[in-house]
Design a protein around this ligand. Structure first.
Ligand code: PRP
Length: 208
């Protein structure tokens, strides 16, 4: 049986992805969850997990150091990497939206948009025919309108709690997001049987 290297995101998606794999019948070590190790083996399944930052998962998969990965559609849209998208896992459901302070117009000259998704944001405003300045941040995006750095943000909304607690409101919904199973194209050819089996097992558990 071929060993499969799987890049998994740490953080938000992790728990749901872990649960899905266990439900699909895979015997995973507890330490995948518990420790600070970045590479964890699941010897009973011949799986090897690389625990990566969500934005880095498609990078590992594209370079073939991971055969497959679990990545949010947000990351896929932003990075546009050469990987196969095999399955919508239906987990970590959320959406990308624009938000800002309530009852405010955007600066009529060049509005400033803060985001960690510069490509998704640029595409969205270009599609509306609006010229904007994109300010790229790495996190806590909600701060930007609160402290006058930007007119709007383009960011993930999950429960809506972060917006609410910071006095921001949503303006436009851009795209729905779920996590996807992705594969390196060469691995997919060489380890087709194992990967297909994994896809089928996960498909049965994936949330509709
Ligand atoms: C994400 C996102 C929002 C928040 C939305 O941030 O950027 O800030 O979650 O979730 P909610 O609608 O349930 O409140 P994350 O926690 O991933 O961290 P970040 O601020 O570092 O991007």
């Amino acid at each position: 049986m071929d060993e499969l290297t799987i890049a998994m995101p740490k953080g938000r998606i992790f728990e749901e992805a872990y649960e899905l794999l266990v439900k699909a019948g895979y015997d995973l070590p507890k330490e995948l969850d518990d420790s600070r190790k970045l590479i964890v083996e699941a010897p009973n399944e011949r799986f090897r997990f690389i625990l990566a930052k969500p934005m880095d998962v498609p990078v590992y998969v594209e370079h073939g150091v991971a055969d497959i990965g679990i990545a949010g559609k947000d990351v896929m849209l932003e990075l546009d990497r050469s990987v196969h998208e095999l399955l919508d896992l239906g987990i970590s459901r959320c959406y990308i939206a624009t938000a800002g302070l309530p009852n405010t117009e955007m600066n009529p000259v060049t509005p400033r948009i803060a985001t960690k998704y510069p490509k998704i944001a640029s595409r969205f405003y270009r599609g509306k025919g609006e010229q904007v300045e994109i300010i790229e941040l790495n996190g806590s995006i909600e701060l930007a309108p609160m402290i006058g750095l930007a007119d709007r943000i383009v960011d993930i909304v999950s429960t809506g709690k972060t917006l609410k607690e910071n006095g921001l409101v949503e303006y436009e919904q851009i795209v729905d997001i779920t996590s996807r199973l992705i594969a390196n194209p060469v691995s997919y050819r060489l380890k087709q049987q194992r990967i297909r089996e994994l896809v089928e097992n996960l498909r049965k558990q994936a949330k509709a």
